[in-house]
Design a protein around this ligand. Sequence first.
Ligand code: G6P
Length: 615
Amino acid sequence: MCGIVAYVGPRDAQPILLDALSRLEYRGYDSAGLAILNGKGVEVRKKSGRIQELASACQQKPVQGQIGISHTRWATHGGATDINAHPHLDASGRLALVHNGVVENYLELRARLVGHGHKFVSETDTEVLAHLVGDAFAASKTKGEEKLVEAVRSAMKQVQGTLGIAVIHSDLPGLVVGARRGSPLVIGIGHGENFLASDTQALAPYTNRVVILKDQEVVALKAERYDIASPLGIRSDIQIEEIENGVATSDKGPYPHYMLKEIYEQTSSIQNAFRGRLNPHEATAKLGGLNLSSHELRKIERISILGCGTALHAGMVGKYLIETLAKIPVETHYASEFRYGDSPTSPNTLFFAVSQSGETADTLGALREAQRRGFPCLGICNHVSSTIARESNGGVYMHSGPEIGVAATKSFTSQVMIFTLLGLLLGRLRSLSASHGQEILQAIESLPQKITQVLDRSDETKKVAQKYAEAKSMLFLGRLANFPIALEGALKMKEVTYIHAEGYPSAELKHGVIALIDKETPTVLIAPRDGVYDKNLGSLQEIKARGGRVIAVAHETDAKIRDLADAVLPVPETHPLLQPLLNVIPLQLLSYHSAVALGRDVDKPRNLAKSVTVE
Ligand code: G6P
């Protein structure tokens, strides 16, 4: 996976590549590199670590030239080293290539190339691809720019797996060739200059006019023109799209980390998710982008939700909301499991693909599989014009604003809010009463102010975090809609602190997990006063009886829990269906403050990427 940027035009390529690349760091940040045609040949700089490391290397020894390719990496094959960083060169050293994707048959291809005398310096699958293109280029009788296009096509035929690539060759000083299969690639059209990038965000300061490359297409990109062809022939019906140029702010404001900033932004991001979407007259919600009439919505018999990580956890809360409000059976799927599994689908099922970035490869693959089976699939995305947003049959935008911290926070609460609106809408088209609908609407409207109340107590959470941050392992327990909140709390803790954490339904404690309880393993128990409150208190007692320590997420007025638990993360009371939206916030803060106490890299935790664009 990874992010790609290429530039061809009259300006110096290096600063443009570095700047555009920095907007793709969410796709991976373990190493970065660039290659520029400097008039004599291909000059490469690459460094393990963040893009900033590459920028420093380029500052010390700048590369001059007006055409180049660049890459930010999330390692799949081979460690995060300077050598494994992209670009990779072919055997001649005159061709450089960057790649987003996975070459599945690379071992077999590599063995064959080694048999023909090729030498490899890295452990990557990408270097094999560079050598294949280089070999095809050297063997080709074709003249001119078509030669590199043909060489790329020939390599694509030999490679199994996914790819988005950009290639330059020192024999062709005005040309970048790009190609895609599976991994996204967009052409940015400038005035007398052109760009290639993994997504439109990278190009925001340079152009808002883009052409989205389709699967299997190859583009020959020059400063003044671009020609796109698939194996079926030249694309003549090129549609230039004008995208909204939302340049992601890199300003942390008064906050030391993006994660904290984004946790605090939830007061407004949640409002952005419901603004203009409440219909108090009909006690319902209005969601214009679904592209389905009321009649079609009434005919839905089942809902399937697809997602990964935090997005899937939001979908799991969504299941609870829709089943309760609309009485429609809902199933949730890890997108990666759905796309390759045999899980049966029933007629009249509506699918939802949930993804903050709209670029997660597994979610995209699952969306395509649902559509292949003939089902409509709607997207719940944050990034406007992302691949999932474009390929889905309609959907709902989250309008959360850019989420830069790798650990998803505000996107989670926005996704859950959208499921609340969906539950309300579908419920009111069925049996949900107007008075129940009004209760939900009122609870939604009072939510931002209650979120502020939770955030105002961040310092209390900080003290708890500082006390428990030395734990090696933690348990997170919750029931019903708070079970996914337990999963999300555990995921946040793992992601940013590297403390092992597991989320379970509270009642599962006694079926094995209880063996882990001791005084070194704190349990976070989500126990609002709801229908299963007494059951949760039972779990609390069981933990205490075995010497365990309990941090309870509970209503601020709950004196009983205050007596029993070792620490309380208080939350205000709201409608029980919306309570999970408040309960998750102290857990986000708990993981954030624990990570800070442990000196972790909060916004860019090790081994992760904001959006995983490979399977
Ligand atoms: C990665 C991130 C997670 C995120 C997941 C889904 O694994 O590290 O934080 O929840 O991808 O991302 P998406 O963009 O599809 O919501």
